[in-house]
Design a protein around this ligand. Structure first.
Ligand code: C5P
Length: 222
């Protein structure tokens, strides 16, 4: 079987990374989390005091970074040069600022080649917001995954609680809704379902149920 390019887009907390990870493992594919790239750039900008809406300066900063996504047993590790940033890019400070950085056209342009290179050989499941519409318009299979904002906040809340992290359900819901709004309303490559993407509402589905649904869609393209 030809190694496919699978594009998985959707709003925050729809379960894309869980599904992409599970599916990749099952297929022997590589999971590529593109949100981590925008997060790593945001983290660096916060560290270095670069303006989060200063596109040209951010692009210059990205040029000097050595961003690497390394597939690992439980997903993906993220490095900037020799520094591992896998965990520090998940703080709420980064989460609540990343949409400002991600809406700068210079930033998106600077990160395009990296993402396409990572996907070029196929055998990948790539998750993000604009994979089906911009990064991999020719992907073999495109899925737009979503769930109600209440359900997405509830899942994130459960995840936090299970990790022993502080978590406030109502605040999570507000933050998720706000991030979706920023990601959907930006001018460049907004969060949007590609015309040829399959729409998958996961509100009522289990993880296995979603993975099965995508495997079923795969059979139609092989
Ligand atoms: O997927 P995750 O929630 O980690 O993504 C973090 C942020 O990165 C998103 O809210 C969005 O602003 C940005 N992003 C993007 N395009 C992608 C992936 C993520 O703009 N392909």
């Amino acid at each position: 079987n030809k190694p496919l390019q699978i594009a998985l887009d959707g709003p925050a907390g729809a379960g894309k990374s869980t599904i992409a990870k599970t599916l990749a493992k099952k297929l022997g594919y590589v999971y590529i989390d593109t949100g981590a790239i925008y997060r790593a750039v945001t983290y660096r900008a916060l560290q270095d005091g670069v303006g989060l809406e200063d596109g040209p300066m951010l692009a210059e900063m990205i040029d000097k970074m050595d961003l690497r996504l390394v597939p690992s047993e439980n997903g993906q590790r993220v490095y900037d040069g020799t520094e591992e940033v896998t965990d520090v890019i998940r703080t709420s400070e980064v989460t609540n600022n990343v949409s400002f950085v991600a809406r700068q056209p210079e930033v998106r342009a600077a990160l395009m080649d990296l993402q396409r290179d990572l996907a070029s050989k196929g055998g990948i499941v790539m998750d993000g917001r604009d994979i089906g519409t911009h990064v991999l318009p020719g992907a073999d299979l495109k899925v737009f995954m979503t769930a109600t904002v209440e359900e997405r906040a509830r899942r994130r809340h459960e995840e936090n609680v299970s990790k022993g992290l502080p978590s406030d359900l109502e605040q999570l819901q507000l933050e998720i809704a706000l991030r979706d709004k920023r990601d959907s309303e930006r001018e460049v490559a907004p969060l949007r379902q590609a015309d040829d993407a399959h729409y998958l509402d996961t509100t009522e589905l289990s993880i296995d149920g979603v993975v099965e649904a995508i495997e079923h869609l795969m059979k139609q393209v092989i």
